[in-house]
Design a binder for this molecule. Structure first.
Ligand code: NCD
Ligand code: ZN
Length: 352
């Protein structure tokens, strides 16, 4: 057994379904999945029911996180068509503003230019604006970031051309960062055809040309984020399957397998999954008594069942990976070991 110690990982893109859809996930189950995957901090998305677009709903969600989260949690505020006047209030207690310019799960979406301009003009920072912006929408938000001098973070980049455009924007000095997901790095449109609803998410799985492009241009990627988007098996097998797949418990094993294959290094994993996420979202430095232990030699097959996430399935089932989270220590307390979550609900902290 080769055990290495890594700093607690940070996932800057997690869907926890609080409030309103806790049959898919809640803070207790989602943060248990986070710990099992080696994440000690996660940032939760606002496309809940109702969406997190007012100070009241943000406060209620923070209180629920404080009472039930097993790892540290930050919460995004969502941009709605009618809430730009609330952004200064929402900024105090959120890890960033999330704007959806493209189709997603739930009704949160802005495609009216005047409203977008209002949000870019009003968001006070210093936290970034995280955007779901694909293809032409990406060019649109890069223009808005330049004009309003706002720090933007591009969520789940999935196409080669998008990453090339982000690279050009960075070369021009634009305040832009970006994330890619493990599913866009490890699966392509052929897998989508094989997986049916379990291969459906936004943005969709892309061609092999695009998937390979993400690896070729990995030096322009700031962080790996899971876009953990849990839905139940019954929902996925319905006639209208919602988009999204769980990812917290498989992200690190997949990335460690890529290290084993020579595609990146351990120090790149630390940068992409811990250091850069903390820097981009101004999170506190990892405490000395918070770390994870990983067996880099463990070879295992990703199972169909036995997950902490309430989704209870994985699109990667059947894949052999090398590398496994053995133990997680949060502020001196053993919170995960030998595949058992020991963390009590409420031991996580709410950030911001
Ligand atoms: C996400 C979800 O289910 O909330 N689904 C997805 O396919 N990624 C929404 C999103 O991230 O846009
Ligand atoms: Zn998402």
């Amino acid at each position: 057994m080769t055990t290495i110690r890594l700093p607690g990982l940070v996932d800057v893109h997690t869907h926890l379904r609080v409030p309103g859809q806790t049959h898919k996930e809640d803070f207790a189950s989602g943060t248990a999945a986070a710990l099992a995957g080696g994440f000690t901090t996660i940032l939760a998305m606002p496309n809940t029911q109702p969406p997190i677009t007012t100070p009241e709903i943000l406060d209620l969600t923070r209180a629920e996180a404080q009472a039930t989260a097993r790892c540290d949690v930050g919460i995004f505020a969502g941009a709605a068509i009618n809430n730009s006047h609330l952004l200064p209030l929402l900024a105090h207690h959120s890890c960033g503003l999330k704007i959806y310019l493209d189709q997603t799960f739930g009704p949160l979406r802005i495609n009216d230019l005047a409203t977008l301009m209002e949000h870019f003009a009003t968001w006070p920072g210093p936290q970034p604006i995280a955007v779901h912006a694909e293809e032409n929408s990406l060019a649109q938000v890069l223009g808005l970031a330049a004009i309003y001098q706002q720090k933007i973070h591009i969520c789940h980049v999935s196409r080669r051309a998008e990453l090339e455009l982000i690279a050009r924007a960075k070369e021009r000095g634009l305040p832009v960062t970006c994330e890619v997901t493990p599913h866009h790095l490890f699966l392509n449109s052929d897998d989508a055809a094989r997986l049916g609803p379990y291969g459906q998410m936004r943005p969709p799985l892309q061609s092999e040309y695009d998937r390979a492009g993400l690896w070729e241009l990995l030096h322009f990627v700031d962080c790996i984020a899971t876009d953990h988007a849990p839905h139940t098996r019954a929902e996925k097998e319905s006639s209208t399957p919602p988009p999204g797949i769980p990812g917290l418990e498989t992200a690190l094993p997949l990335m460690l397998t890529a290290v084993d294959a020579g595609k990146l290094t351990f120090s790149q994993i630390i940068e992409l999954m811990s250091t850069a996420p903390r820097r981009i979202f101004n999170l506190p430095a990892v405490e000395e008594n918070t770390w994870i232990e990983v067996d880099t030699g463990a070879i295992w097959s990703i199972p169909q069942f036995g997950w902490q996430t309430r989704a209870g399935w994985s699109s990667f089932a059947g894949r052999t990976v090398r590398g496994r989270v053995e133990r997680v220590i949060l502020r001196g307390v053993e919170v995960y070991a030998q595949q058992i979550v020991m963390a009590a609900p409420g031991c996580g902290e709410v950030l911001f």
